[in-house]
Ligand binder design. Structure first.
Ligand SMILES: C[S@@+](CC[C@H](N)C(=O)[O-])C[C@H]1O[C@@H](n2cnc3c(N)ncnc32)[C@H](O)[C@@H]1O
Length: 224
């Protein structure tokens, strides 16, 4: 089984220090929410974000959206061999049920995330996404993998066909991909991973890496 963790993802609620901004209060009123119930999104809140530490990487729920769609639509997931988790910069973890039918439209996904951060699970009638407080270390401990592989442009260079060498389909294997646009992992990934692997000599986006990791596992075990 492959456990895929999108780590240190830039998915968070509106930080209180910028929730008082006039444009943000206006946007909250339009959505029928309190300002602090909105999901921070750099493409809409960039002006207010000027005051925010780490502003160049924060507010990227679109990365999480795209990565989840790719993971959930993969043959590996359809075959029941993939488990997907989103770990956020504030040490929260979303556990994603493999049968989740995520909204394709980004605005609807954002609405779902607002609801998830308010209630802790969605949809209410049959929860498929669950949010809890957890560090990356605690999540990996809960999964209890035989091997943990972190993906990083600074890791040891490996071919995609070598990524899962020495692993059996019965083993629980964790892979960690950063859910952020720039910079380094915030969590101590060097401490948590058995291997840090680079799959290409240049930096790639999280969705480009995630889809290659899934497809490498699918090929290794003959899923496709
Ligand atoms: C957009 S990158 C993060 C920022 C990256 N340091 C950069 O400057 O582009 C998102 C994630 O994709 C993965 N990644 C990006 N390039 C990679 C590469 N060449 N090999 C392996 N993983 C990579 C890492 O997990 C990284 O955290």
């Amino acid at each position: 089984m492959l456990h895929l963790i999108l780590a240190d993802s830039e998915l968070e609620r509106m930080p209180p220090e910028i929730a008082v901004d006039k444009a943000i209060r206006w946007s909250a009123r339009r959505r029928g929410r309190k300002p602090t119930e909105l999901i921070l999104d750099s493409s809409f809140h960039y002006r207010a974000m000027r005051r925010l530490p780490g502003k160049e990487r924060r507010g990227r729920p679109d990365i999480v959206h795209l990565c989840l769609l790719l993971a959930l639509d993969s043959p590996l997931n359809l075959e029941g061999l993939l488990r997907t988790y989103v770990h956020t910069r504030e040490d929260r973890v979303i556990t994603v049920d493999p049968s989740t039918n995520l909204p394709r439209a980004y605005r609807r996904f954002e609405g779902l995330m607002e609801q998830l951060f308010m209630t802790g699970e969605v949809p209410p009638e049959r929860p498929l996404l669950r949010l809890e407080e957890s560090s990356l270390a605690k999540l990996i401990k809960r999964i209890g993998p035989r091997k943990t592989i972190a993906l990083s442009e600074k890791g040891e260079r490996k071919g995609l066909d070598e990524l899962f060498e020495g692993v059996s389909v019965r083993d629980e294997v964790c892979t960690i991909v950063g859910g952020f646009p720039h910079g380094e992992f915030i969590s101590d990934v060097e401490e948590l991973a058995d291997e840090i692997v680079s799959i290409y000599e240049k930096p790639l986006t999280a969705p480009a890496v995630l889809i290659r990791v899934i497809s490498s596992y699918e090929r290794r075990f003959g899923v496709v």
